[in-house]
Design a protein around this ligand. Structure first.
Ligand code: MSP
Length: 510
């Protein structure tokens, strides 16, 4: 048993969540659930990033004060996460008092340590990214990500001496080969550092919507500078040192690939400047794409997808909560980009869920109900399913531990496939009641029990229902994984419950 602290990026409150934001959150949730399942003491943090120009502009455009606007929008994220059955232990909002205090403490420490100085800032700024560009990194004066015109800025700002950390960062990467995963993203971060680091402007006088700079009243901190610190605020930075010591060495940030530089270059350097170790691990995922482009409101419209159809809540109304979670975890490896489409969701639903998992549970529970008087037979020690089950347990545990939900589920579905094939081979629907039939059904029930345990981080409600149907009490996540995940633990004599199809087939033309 260990400890596991996992965070999502905090989401901008300029607009409502879309399925791209759900992607980061559902993956982090499944990883948190996995770690709880294996007995790790787990903390899972998500929240909203409420300061900065982009949010202030959205509030003004909607005729709201920034404070009212972020209150409403932040609630839409919480609502979406409740709907998706997200099990976060904390939800941080950067407008909270606790966050302002931690930011001020953290940045005052960096200031006192001599890494912050005042200078004139001149440059190009993209409000959508809340990031700076140079004439070399801009494309025709426009943002390379959003394509919108960059704003020329000139202000007297406080700067962070990022350049002082080049060597220390390289040394840190060298000594911590697993700091950033996957390897391709680690290399990307390393090449940023090797390309040379420039000091960065970390305060603003042009806006007031932000955290006040404690040593200079005319400034607020630049939004990224306050946002990153949320990961420490939530574990008591500046308020409870023991709590920080307890969680920080076990920190894992799950982030999208466009925010590598902030998390893998700036953030570890900021931690060093404040006298803290960098976070333990950053895992970088790719994007959900529509028509090859990053899924966002604009792209959705251009790709002919109705925005309301891809809102997380609409998707769950259409497909159910657990199928949407399953799709987000299973479709794309957590590190690569993946194409999102409603046809894709329908296809996964019909093949993996209705045809494979749903059909397996329905077949087995129906046969046991009708031919074994509804009482579960005992699995065999030397069952032909034991090998595939043990393989699935080892492979999927390794994958979950390695931030690879897709591959964890693929291994688990290997066991589902093997069990369906085992049933085809023995055709228990043609067998007479008796010892041979009991043996086959006991084996199949044991395989289903193991599938429910391995799948519970992805589809907690469905797995609880499967657990109930195979006559077990509580839920798969109440079990102690190390002992429940071995072949032969199924409680024979349990009473099997038949039920409605777990995944009624969807028409595939939607
Ligand atoms: N507020 C910053 C993060 C600060 S963390 C200290 C931010 N917010 S965001 O709302 O723009 O994005 C938050 C996360 O959502 C990012 O990890 C981003 O990659 C993810 N996604 C947004 N759209 C996405 C897709 N289309 N696909 C996958 N993830 C996407 O950046």
């Amino acid at each position: 048993m260990g400890r596991f602290y996992i965070t999502t990026p905090i989401y901008y409150t300029n607009d409502a969540p879309h399925v791209g934001s759900a992607y980061s959150t559902v993956n982090a949730d499944a990883l948190a659930r996995w770690h709880r399942l294996i007995g790790d003491e787990t903390k899972f943090l998500t929240g909203t990033d409420e300061h900065g120009q982009k949010v202030a502009d959205a509030a003004a455009k909607n005729d709201h004060s920034p404070a009212d606007w972020v209150e409403q929008t932040s609630e839409r994220f919480r609502e979406a996460w409740r709907t998706l059955n997200i099990s976060n232990d904390d939800f941080i909002r950067t407008t909270e008092q606790r966050h302002h205090e931690s930011v001020q403490k953290f940045l005052s420490t960096i200031y006192e340590n001599g890494y912050i100085y005042k200078d004139l800032y001149q440059g190009l700024y993209c409000v959508s990214c809340e990031d700076y560009y140079t004439t070399e990194t801009a494309i025709d004066g426009k943002c390379p990500i959003h394509g919108r015109a960059l704003i020329e800025m000139e202000e007297e700002n406080w700067f962070f001496k990022l350049s002082a950390f080049e060597d220390r960062l390289l040394e840190y990467y060298d000594q911590h080969p697993g700091f950033v995963t996957p390897e391709t993203k680690r290399n990307e971060a390393l090449s940023f550092i090797k390309g040379g680091l420039r000091d960065i402007s970390i305060t603003r006088t042009s806006i007031t919507w932000g955290v006040r700079v404690p040593w200079d009243d005319a400034h607020v901190f630049y939004v990224w500078y306050d946002a990153l610190i949320n990961y420490l605020t939530a574990i008591g930075y500046g308020r409870d040192d023991d709590e920080v010591q307890r969680w920080w060495p076990y920190s894992n940030h799950l982030i999208g690939k466009e925010i590598i530089r902030f998390h893998c270059v700036w953030w570890p350097a900021m931690c060093m400047a404040a006298g803290l170790e960098p976070p333990a691990h950053v895992h970088v995922h790719g994007w959900l794409l529509i028509g090859g482009q990053k899924l966002s409101k604009t792209m959705a419209a251009e790709g002919g997808v109705k925005l309301t159809d891809i809102a997380p809540v609409s998707l769950t109304n259409e497909f159910g909560v657990d199928p949407v979670r399953y799709y987000l975890l299973r479709e794309t490896s957590l590190g690569n980009d993946g194409e999102f489409s409603l046809e894709g969701v329908t296809h996964r639903y019909n093949t993996d869920l209705a045809n494979n998992l749903g059909n397996l549970v329905a077949r087995v529970t129906t046969i046991v109900a009708t031919k074994c008087d509804g009482v579960a037979p005992t699995p065999r020690e030397d069952s032909a399913l034991r090998g595939p089950a043990e393989l699935a347990i080892v492979d999927s545990a390794t994958a979950w531990n390695g931030f690879a939900p897709q591959s964890a589920l693929e291994s688990t579905w290997g066991l589902i496939g093997a069990t369906n094939a085992y049933l085809e081979q023995h055709a228990p629907w043609k067998m007479e009641p008796g010892a041979d039939l009991n043996a086959v059904m006991g084996d199949a029930l044991e395989a289903i029990r193991l599938v429910a345990i391995l799948t519970t981080p992805a589809m907690p409600k469905v797995c609880e229902e499967i657990w109930r149907r195979i006559g077990l009490t509580g839920s798969p996540c109440d079990e102690v994984f190390s002992s429940s995940s071995t072949w032969g633990q199924y409680r024979s004599d349990a009473t099997i419950q038949k039920g409605e199809p777990l995944f009624p087939r969807m028409k595939s033309d939607q």
